[in-house]
Design a binder for this molecule. Structure first.
Ligand code: SAM
Length: 211
């Protein structure tokens, strides 16, 4: 539970979500048992829905862990589409490769190991979607690094932008402050139109208005 939405309402919404396929279910269980913070099915479905709506062909993911959000996105991109997976942990990457193979999306994913903020420089062109889910202290840097890489009409999406409600409290730790700064940046940028959806831990959707 994220503590953003009233627990009973969150449970109600989660109960509406249809059962996932065995690979995603296994990943959800593995993530829970090993304290890996994945987006979960509610946000996974939103990512899937947005990628479908945009007919996304090029997606760059910042912080992909075991590849759970990667699979949701890869299942939604066009037939010739590609999702760039990034993570700094080689064990995560190996696990993500195995899951993506079993989920039938391996050919739509390019696996990149290292710092997503540097790896994005190795990939040319603009993206239909940039999905930001790296460690939170890096969020402002992610904005500066990726804003110009989202195509007009594309989306910069970020997870955890309400950070269990801490963004609205008195906390002044590095991670909370960085998320607050990121949220100000995406709302104030004239070339983006942003909405925070208070789903799970808060997810920001920033539509690129012009390049
Ligand atoms: C919240 S998890 C990602 C979960 C994933 N998006 C999902 O929902 O399935 C964050 C991941 O980002 C990785 N990470 C953090 N900072 C990073 C960076 N600068 N570059 C690449 N990976 C990073 C961590 O290793 C961790 O696996």
């Amino acid at each position: 539970m994220s503590q953003i939405v009233i627990a009973a309402v969150e449970r109600y919404m989660n109960d509406l979500i249809p059962e996932r396929d065995p690979v995603l279910r296994e990943m959800e269980e593995y993530a829970e048992q090993n304290n890996i913070p994945i987006v979960g099915p509610a946000v996974g479905r939103l990512l899937f829905q947005l990628a479908l709506a945009l007919q996304a062909r090029r997606v760059f993911e910042m912080g992909s862990a075991i590849g759970y959000s990667t699979i949701w996105l890869a299942r939604a991109v066009t037939d010739d589409g590609i999702v760039y997976y990034t993570d700094g942990d080689p064990d995560n990457l190996a696990r993500a490769e195995a899951y993506c193979r079993r989920a039938g999306v391996y050919n739509r994913v390019t696996f990149l190991l290292g710092n997503a903020l540097e790896l994005i420089d190795q990939v040319e062109g603009q993206f239909d979607i940039v999905f930001n889910d790296v460690d939170k202290y890096q969020y402002p840097q992610v904005f500066y690094k990726t804003a110009a890489r989202v195509r007009q009409g594309g989306l910069l999406i970020a997870d955890n932008v309400l950070w269990s409600g801490r963004v609205a409290g008195e906390e002044q730790d590095h991670w909370t402050e960085a998320i607050r700064q990121f949220n100000r940046l995406i709302y104030e940028a004239p070339d983006f139109f942003t909405t925070i959806v208070p789903l799970r831990d808060g997810i920001s959707l920033s539509l690129k208005l012009y390049s």
